[in-house]
Design a protein around this ligand. Sequence first.
Ligand code: NOJ
Length: 714
Amino acid sequence: METIKLKKLIDRMTVAEKVGQLVQLTPDFFAQGGEITGPMQQWQMSEEQLGTIGSVLGTHTAEQVYTIQTSYLEKSRLKIPLIFMADVIHGYETIFPIPLALASSFDAQLVEEVAKASAKEAAEAGIHVTFSPMADHVKDPRWGRVLESNGEDPTLSAVLTAAYVRGYQGTDALAENKQRIAACVKHFVGYGAAEGGRDYHTVDLSDLELYQNYLPAFQAAIEAGAELVMTSFNTIHGVPATANQPLLQDVLREKLGFDGLIISDWAAVAELMAHRVAADRTEAAKKAFTAGVEMDMMSDCYLNALEQIIDADPAMNEQLNKAVFHVLHLKNKLGLFEDPYRGLTPENLAPRLLKETRLLSREAAKKTTVLLKNQALLPLQKKQKVALIGPKADSKDLLGAWSWIGKQEEAVSLAKGLSQKEIDLTILPYPDGKVLTAAYIEEACRLAEQSEVVLLALGETSEEAGEAASLTKLSLSRNQEALVAAVSQVNPKIATILFCGRPLVLSAIEPLCQAIMIAWFPGSEGGNALADLLMGESEPQGRLAMSFPRAEGQLPMTYAQLSTGRPLTEENSDQKYISRYMDEKNDPLFSFGAGIGYGQCKISKTQIVHPDEKNKPFELICTLKNEGDSPHTTTLQLYSRDDVTEVARPMRELKQWQKINLAAAEETQHSFYVTPEDFAYVHSDFSTKSDPGTISLYLGFAAASAKLIGTLTI
Ligand code: NOJ
């Protein structure tokens, strides 16, 4: 439909119909069969109001979408199709590794492919918009939602956030390409900085921190064309983000140039009352709407109060029309006015899952698994006598949070994956999520004693990581540490395979394990992928997108810390009045970027070539040598430090990275190109620019261990 027609359509709408377009409800509102019961009754909704609603979230099947859309269109006066949205976070029915794992691939192309495949399955199930990617900057794994993040580095996160958007939306018009869906980047803004890592808790950020670390991933998503932005639950600068006019108008609309639809998070408009910044629904609706929230997800504030607010203040009509335009424009972009079903027909409503999507999930799990330690224990040898022990040994709880359509029963467990390999395997499973008993630990020790290698499959359950899954203790729970300790007494050849949605505190078990492999929640094909890796048929390629702390007391933490006035150095490590802990080291147990494969390579030569002309890039050349006799894939990471700055800046920041495949014994040369703009940062006047001066460059295979290779003068 042409834009002019959309505007004419808006002219024909009553205020109540306009308000209806700004409301998003769950499918149960539409499943009443004409009777006003359940949720409709609770919200005192009329049948007429139901016929004005703009959007539905969280349908489960194409059939459900088809049925709701059909009966809605029959009843509604203007026949504006509903737009269907859902949380397609790491796959729809075929589940991929969790986003934190995907981030650990350091592979934007993989993320784009995963998002594209997720979009296809979701679109075939009638979904038009996904509430993904989550662009929240994170540095505190007590917050369970780090699972959905791209980790602690704002540059990596920005690159990957954009890749998700490209993958979901594609580059062609959404109306033409019905296998793509629109992306909603979330949560604007600061949600990841919840105090104490407690979900929904207060956030207090400096503007400098906001601009430097929290906005870049949103900016990248917007530049990649994200159609929607979701506001966050938290307060920021003292005002809930959902009622924060300066942030939504001056920052999101003006500075970031976002011109799409702004939607609240679930019931966040009504929660303005719980925040106690609104006395009632009317005030909540008024505050959120005036701030710039256009669609009210699952609250009755807009539904039951916005019409009166507009009637009382006709000047607000302009804003109302603008918000409605954003909704209709999005529906139009998706081609819903021409085809409200977006390709669904009564004949094609059954799911059409592709084998390729499962294969991509298996590939993704291999590229995201992080091997953190290996004292020549892995890969397993053929015929080796292997014991597989622990609550995750035969568990299918491998999908993780936000896999609500994915079928757990179709996930491949580690036991299943390994039983297809040529090893002498004995499995001692245990119910996932239950406290390990002394009897089980005893039996595990007996089995371990008779085995050459012990695989301990440990970790969290899906419920323990994700939304509303904050923790104060990040060590392995339910006697899992006791299991490691007991088994290590009888057989030191332990490889721990850890399933988790966040960095855990592994200080107690790390010294007792000869190998540690972080499997995250690896998705539908987890067991197969891990079996391939454990057998050495593929090499683990993941590198940590988030540091693993030594202790909870270090949190929040990021490798990109500021120097402080009293930095800890090797020389002063015995002194007291230094920025340090008395009872723990400052650095993490495993740093951002850490991870090994089965091979090993070395940086043998480095050279910095200064450009002969101004405005040309600096070239950093290095030689990499595979020191092993089999192929090896690594992730070479370039970090920088601006030596003297106007505002205090981190000791190290990731600038670029390259995934490099090396044949056995191969030696190759690689170049990174950097320009002064790459070192631009946010100054105290909020301008983003680089300063003349020197930049130290570090190259290596993890944030903590990258080595100084020289300086540039810009
Ligand atoms: C609440 C979550 O915070 C958000 O991320 C999600 O998209 C919505 N619920 C919808 O399910």
